[in-house]
Write a protein that binds this ligand. Sequence first.
Ligand SMILES: [Zn+2]
Length: 90
Amino acid sequence: MAKIEQNFAGKKYTVIFDDTVDDLQFKALRYGTDWRDLCGDGLILAMLHRVEELQEMLADRDVPVCSRCGEMRETKRVGQLFYCSTCREE
Ligand SMILES: [Zn+2]
């Protein structure tokens, strides 16, 4: 059981997988608004898990990728994660 949320292209796209709720959610947002239902899309789910693995590997190596928006830019460590200046302000 997990909730995964990843942003792509800055925050243009957000993919949300959440099986911690009774009514499983797997969907894509575009500019923060519901865009696509992804239920049953194993390819996107596999890619989402791969992105998470890669982010964890990069964080272990102190590669500065923002944990929230996924962009590689100036980041600061906040606990276990890195955030860019834009995401730290939110
Ligand atoms: Zn960011």
